[in-house]
Design a protein around this ligand. Structure first.
Ligand code: COA
Length: 260
């Protein structure tokens, strides 16, 4: 499948999806949203994919937001459709069942920050800038930003970032729990690749159980979350990977997981 706005590279068990509109700082227009939805749907279905890396082309931006030139002419109904399409994509990424790592350099603003927050792990260059500047356009975040920012960083930070629209640097984003790790720009690729390869070698069914338990647990009571964890834990005993992992430990060798 040829994409107009994405570049896809598959190496080992790692699929890298790069948004490729660098002249527009990788802004998310409707076509790019549709292509990302297709690319992530394929990544979810393909057993050869154990980890997805999401990146933006060029040095200047991961993604500088939803495409303002498209939104400028939208009616309320088109705005609603755009918001729903963006939210569906973010939920698809969050519930992919496989770890998704965001590679963050330059600007991650508006829809770019919302996209990063839908990923499970975020590695940022120390030159990266984050923010929800929609208020400066007379808008509000529409791809889940008010909700994921609230859940990831708390109410004070969510209100501050969305109401001021002011960008924050990578260090502040790290302190707020919005990024997993901050590295020098020249160390970004190695940090992302090392993490992706580590996750690609781990037990995929266990990873799926962890993603499910943590994501569902954030949305429910502690008792329901604990029950969900018990069910996912029990299910792990039905897998070949669990026998392999525990046997490899006892035999003092490295485990090889097949996702069965
Ligand atoms: N939507 C559409 N186009 C965008 C865009 C967006 N969100 N962000 C950047 N672009 C385009 C610019 O219009 C420009 O296109 P042009 O060369 O055809 O004029 C190109 O990308 C480069 O951006 P430019 O503004 O010239 O770069 P800069 O380095 O001066 O500024 C930013 C970078 C990120 C500060 C600035 O582009 C910006 O504020 N972007 C919008 C951020 C935003 O509000 N995002 C939330 C949207 S809901």
């Amino acid at each position: 499948m040829a994409y107009r706005n994405l570049e896809i590279v598959h190496r080992g068990a790692v699929r890298t999806i790069t948004i490729n509109r660098p002249d527009k700082l990788n802004a998310l227009n409707r076509e790019t949203l549709n292509e990302l939805t297709l690319a992530f749907t394929q990544a979810a279905q393909d057993d050869d994919v154990r980890v997805v890396v999401l990146a933006g082309a060029g040095e200047k931006a991961f993604v500088a937001g939803a495409d303002i030139s498209e939104m400028n002419g939208y009616t309320p109904v088109q705005g609603q459709g755009f918001s729903r399409a963006g939210q569906r994509l973010m939920s698809l990424i969050e519930r992919l069942g496989k770890p998704v790592i965001a590679r963050l350099q330059g600007f991650a603003l508006g829809g770019g920050m919302e996209l990063a927050m839908a990923c499970h792990l975020r590695i940022a260059s120390d030159k990266a800038k984050f923010g929800q500047p929609e208020i400066n356009l007379g808008l509000i975040p529409g791809f889940g930003g008010t909700q994921r920012l609230l859940r990831l960083a708390g109410r004070s930070a969510a209100l501050e970032l969305c109401l001021t629209g002011a960008p924050i640097n990578a260090q502040r984003a790290y302190e707020l729990g919005l990024v997993t790790r901050v590295v020098a720009p020249e160390a970004l690729d190695e940090a992302v690749n090392t993490l992706a390869e580590q996750l690609a070698a781990s037990a995929p069914l266990a990873a799926a159980g962890i993603l499910d338990a943590i994501l569902q647990g954030g949305e429910t009571s502690i008792d329901q979350g604990l029950e969900f964890e018990t069910q996912a834990f029990a299910l792990a005993f039905s897998t070949e990977d669990m026998r392999e992992g525990t046997t490899a430990f006892l035999e003092k060798r490295k485990a090889v997981f097949h996702g069965r």
